[in-house]
Design a binder for this molecule. Structure first.
Ligand SMILES: Cc1cc2nc3c(=O)[nH]c(=O)nc-3n(C[C@H](O)[C@H](O)[C@H](O)COP(=O)(O)OP(=O)(O)OC[C@H]3O[C@@H](n4cnc5c(N)ncnc54)[C@H](O)[C@@H]3O)c2cc1C
Length: 466
């Protein structure tokens, strides 16, 4: 007789941990799958080997929250079926039952689920510029991961570029860790920071922290520039600097910064591929310029038994992720008819955070005009080595107005990352070329496997289980 199916949570970050905690409180024993070696997710990422650093030195002002979340997870371990280093790479279509394809310790398996909560988080949103594939260029998130998980920096003399609160935070963390921060190059105009004044009324702590980071960087002599557009990464074979333009009151200036590593990014993009493969309906989010799974206030998607929470359901930050994880678990329990929790307080707290996020997005805006200054020869899709010019030629030759058509005719987004790196950029390029809003060029359909899996995983290693 086969065992009854269990609820499954994908992702052991803030959202997944709080979802698991809520289910355990109601007497369930969820399976928690995470491709990482240790629970905590992105913001509260833990080192692979304990390196003796304190919570304070690793997580700064988030130390208390990180410690509470890690402790909560440790306490859950006897009550959950936790499977680290387990990649979920596919979900069956609704008509084929509730099955996940997972890869764990090199072994491929299928597992069934009674209900599924997707807490898959986010990764950096990147845009191409000349030289962005040069060794020594990292995403902001990756540069922070090096610090948190490996206890090392990406270089000795590092420059940071992009838009988003992470830009200043990671630069400050690098300075504190002893790296020489050569420059903070903000692609947003200085004037955009005036929006932080209205944030101060709602979230004074966030604004005070941001000011603290900015001022400490400035006092340490770090060059902080606004309205930046990169022109070229300098150096052959490795980063030796960056040439950039910036808008000043007196017009444009071209400047150079010398560095041996560059970290850059433009806020985050949600990891939504599993929700897509699950057949969930999507909607376009104007603020984040991205397609998100449709969900109700608690996280129910259009597919029965599938829920979404955390940044994978829309970028809102770690505090909101914890709340939405709990809400998704409550939704699941409600749908089983066994909980009557008052969620008004949780909803109100998340609403307040979302209002703050709206202001932050205005203070750290996405550079909507990016492709106006990106030269044709720049690589757009690094997996398939497709340049901006090749993509533009395909658009013109094929009269393309839809992103999946662009993929079919140019191979942009067809490589091993499945468009996770380039689809945001390709979408912006196409919408610019067509002169239509980003949401009108469609959504790159997800394909399994959602992340690269080793060739030859099957055969003798295939172990199917339901
Ligand atoms: C690199 C990076 C650095 C960040 N740093 C900061 C910071 O310093 N300060 C800040 O306020 N915010 C930061 N953020 C944002 C913050 O991390 C998120 O808001 C928060 O972690 C969201 O929590 P979550 O549970 O939704 O997702 P996450 O914390 O991202 O957790 C998602 C989990 O899902 C797992 N997962 C995803 N897909 C799969 C799959 N297919 N199979 C198995 N497991 C999977 C991942 O391994 C991960 O553990 C950062 C984000 C990123 C991407």
């Amino acid at each position: 007789m086969s065992e009854p199916l269990q609820p499954v949570i994908v992702g052991a970050g803030p959202a997944g941990i709080r979802a698991a905690e809520r289910l355990v409180r109601s007497g369930l024993r969820p399976i928690v799958l995470d491709e990482g070696q240790r629970a905590g997710g992105q913001i509260y990422r833990r080192p692979l080997i304990d390196d003796g650093r304190s919570y304070r030195s690793r997580y700064g002002s988030g130390a208390g929250k990180a410690q509470r979340l890690h402790q909560a997870f440790e306490a859950l371990l006897p009550a959950i079926d936790y499977r680290p280093e387990t990649l979920v790479w596919n979900i069956s279509a609704p008509e084929r039952g509730n099955q996940l394809d997972i890869l764990s310790s090199g072994v491929h398996r299928q597992i069934g689920f009674s209900q599924l909560i997707l807490c898959t988080g986010a990764t950096d949103r990147v845009l191409p510029f000349p030289g962005w594939t040069t060794p020594g260029v990292y995403t902001l998130g990756a540069s922070q991961t090096a610090l948190k998980a490996q206890g090392c920096t990406i270089g000795d003399r590092v420059a940071f570029m992009g838009s988003g609160p992470l830009l200043y935070l990671v630069a400050w963390q690098y300075m504190k860790a002893g790296a020489r921060v050569e420059a903070v190059l903000d692609t947003a105009p200085l004037a955009s920071k005036r929006h932080l004044l209205s944030l101060a009324a709602h979230a004074p702590r966030i604004v005070a922290l941001g000011l603290f980071y900015g001022l400490q960087l400035q006092f340490a002599g770090v060059k902080v520039r606004h309205g930046v557009r990169p022109e070229a990464v300098l150096g052959k074979g490795k980063v030796e600097g960056l040439r950039y333009r910036r808008r000043t009151l007196k017009g444009e200036r071209v400047e150079t910064v010398t560095c041996d590593a560059l970290a850059y990014g433009f806020a985050l993009r949600p990891e939504t591929q599993l929700a897509d493969l699950a057949g969930c309906r999507f909607r376009f989010d104007e603020r984040d310029r991205v397609w998100l799974p449709e969900r109700d206030a608690l996280g129910r998607t259009s597919r029965t038994d599938v829920y979404v929470a955390g940044d994978g359901s829309g970028i809102a930050g770690a505090d909101a992720a914890e709340i939405s994880g709990e809400l998704a678990a409550v939704a699941m329990l409600q749908d089983q008819g066994n909980v009557s929790t008052d969620v008004a307080r949780l909803l109100a707290s998340r609403e307040a955070i979302l209002r703050e996020r709206d202001i932050l997005e205005r203070a750290f805006p996405f550079p909507v005009d990016w492709f106006e200054t990106v030269p044709d020869e720049t690589t757009l899709c690094r997996c398939e080595e497709i340049s901006v010019a090749e993509a533009r030629r395909a658009m013109t030759a094929g009269s393309i107005t839809e992103i999946n058509r662009l993929k079919a005719l140019s191979r942009v987004g067809m490589g091993r990352c499945q468009g996770r790196m380039c689809s945001a950029a390709a979408t912006e390029l196409l919408s610019g070329a067509c002169g239509v809003p980003t949401g009108e060029v469609g959504r790159l359909r997800a394909q399994a496997p959602v992340k690269p899996i080793p060739l030859g995983f099957g055969g003798g290693e295939l172990e199917a289980r339901s």
